[in-house]
Ligand binder design. Structure first.
Ligand SMILES: Cc1cc2nc3c(=O)[nH]c(=O)nc-3n(C[C@H](O)[C@H](O)[C@H](O)COP(=O)(O)OP(=O)(O)OC[C@H]3O[C@@H](n4cnc5c(N)ncnc54)[C@H](O)[C@@H]3O)c2cc1C
Length: 412
């Protein structure tokens, strides 16, 4: 800690470097990146390589894995300075905020050296293969199977809703490895090469036209023994860490993200005052109240993130508390989508504000449910808050402690 650069000198260095090296985002730029375009991914990798070459990549990642080993305060300072510059925002979720920290916490030394360093250098993108066609909330109920065959594992099954898997190199994939054990105890987490024989990847078209989400089918995919993350049959511990990072990321509290912005979250930037100006409603009291409400929510969200993150970092709050900011994110996102439509009125459907503007709010509104599902649904967040923070009774589970091969599946 002794010779760590102080935050203010880091900030000044970052300011000078950004000015010198990073391209500025044009004043009136388009909608946020959709995450379904090859060029956007190439650009994100390129920008990450620029950060790496300049010595500003992976600010909170340990130096031995390619990062700078600095504190969240250094990251915050850099993020503030980076406003207005192009940043590799697509890499923030899930690569930097979810997958890389999970590997740091639970992976082998080699996995950290290989995967975390490659991500920090801008060479690799990571994704999550968790949800399955049968359901994502019951994560411990996954039925994708990995079977040991001599030195390797053989993976069969299917995953879905994997954000931007098509553009990724490796996935953290949860699979069942012991069917005689109760559901939480027969799982193993694997690091899986996304593009390899036996994996068929299809893109899913969403209501807003995006094809960012993918589904994957595994037919006898061969995984080397060293692809296991953590312990064989200890995958639930890895998944639990991953979910904490995911809730923190979705809630807006991850220290591992560089740069700010709404990339990958499908929403326009919420400049409701600008929307009101463009629609000639700045004098309308009801519209002004909506703008005030949105600003108030934003302030409360910022304060809540600070409070929960400092509680988590100091150990005053238990890891499930990440669900509080995750839940508040969904509430804020819904509210913003609604406010956009209420201020924009019919124009949000007709796209009357040029290429980007009204229509963006319309698209955003159509897919606003995403904020209540991605990173675990809000119902599950409420369950976690009630059971694990407030100490209310656990939900009944018919499959608790029952060997998984004796649990009735689906309607049978
Ligand atoms: C933007 C976005 C990004 C995503 N990215 C990924 C990704 O990268 N990788 C990945 O693997 N998955 C991803 N997902 C999938 C996501 O994790 C799942 O959608 C989520 O876990 C919910 O699962 P489900 O959709 O199968 O709903 P289900 O589990 O079928 O649930 C349906 C409804 O029932 C409710 N419900 C279910 N069980 C309970 C319960 N016990 N108590 C109360 N209510 C309950 C749910 O909350 C929900 O409202 C993403 C989803 C979105 C929207």
């Amino acid at each position: 800690m002794g010779d760590m650069e102080d935050v203010e000198s880091f900030r000044l260095r970052a300011r000078a470097w950004l000015k010198e090296n990073m391209p500025r985002v044009p004043e009136r730029h388009g909608p946020p990146e959709s995450g379904d375009d090859d060029q956007e991914w190439l650009r994100a990798r390129e920008l990450q390589k620029m950060l790496y070459a300049g010595g500003f990549a992976g600010i909170c990642f340990p130096a031995e894995y390619g990062g700078l080993g600095l504190t969240p305060a250094h990251q915050r300072a850099f993020t503030e300075e980076s406003r207005g510059y192009e940043m590799p925002l697509l890499l923030n979720v899930p690569t930097f905020s979810i997958c890389a920290p999970t590997i740091l916490d639970m992976g082998s030394e080699q996995q950290k050296r290989d995967r975390v360093s490659a991500a920090v250098r801008g060479d690799e993108v990571l994704v999550q293969f968790l949800s399955e066609p049968r359901g994502g909330s019951d994560l411990a109920g996954v039925i994708t199977r990995a079977t040991r065959d001599g030195d390797v594992w053989v993976l069969n099954g299917a995953k879905t809703w994997s954000t931007s898997a098509y553009a990724a190199d490796y996935a953290l994939c949860l699979a069942r490895t012991d069917w005689d054990a109760p559901k939480h105890r027969g799982l193993t987490m694997f690091l899986v090469k996304v593009h390899q024989p036996g994996i068929t990847l299809r893109r899913i078209k969403m209501v807003n036209g995006s094809t960012e989400f993918c589904e994957e089918f595994f037919d006898d995919v061969i995984l080397p023994a060293d692809s296991v993350v953590g312990e064989v049959n200890g995958g639930w511990a890895v998944a639990s860490r991953q979910l904490v990072h995911e809730r923190t990321a979705v809630g807006g509290g991850s220290p591992y993200v560089s740069g700010e912005g709404r990339a990958n979250l499908h929403g326009p930037e919420y400049d409701f005052a600008d929307l009101a100006r463009r629609t000639g409603q700045t004098g309308d009291v009801a519209v002004r109240e909506l703008i005030g409400e949105a600003r108030m929510m934003r302030r409360v969200q910022e304060q809540l993130i600070d409070r929960v993150m400092s509680g988590l970092n100091s150990g005053q709050l238990p890891p499930p508390a990440a669900s509080i900011i995750r839940l508040f994110h969904a509430e804020t996102d819904w509210k913003n989508a609604d406010i956009g439509v209420r201020i924009g009125g019919a124009d949000v459907a007709a796209g009357a504000f040029g290429d980007h503007g009204g229509l963006d709010y319309g698209h955003y509104y159509l897919s606003r449910q995403g904020a209540s599902l991605g990173g675990g649904s809000t119902e599950m967040s409420r369950n976690i808050i009630s059971e694990r923070i407030l100490g209310m009774p656990r939900e009944y589970a018919a499959d608790r402690d029952v060997p998984f091969n004796q649990v009735s599946q689906g309607r049978t």
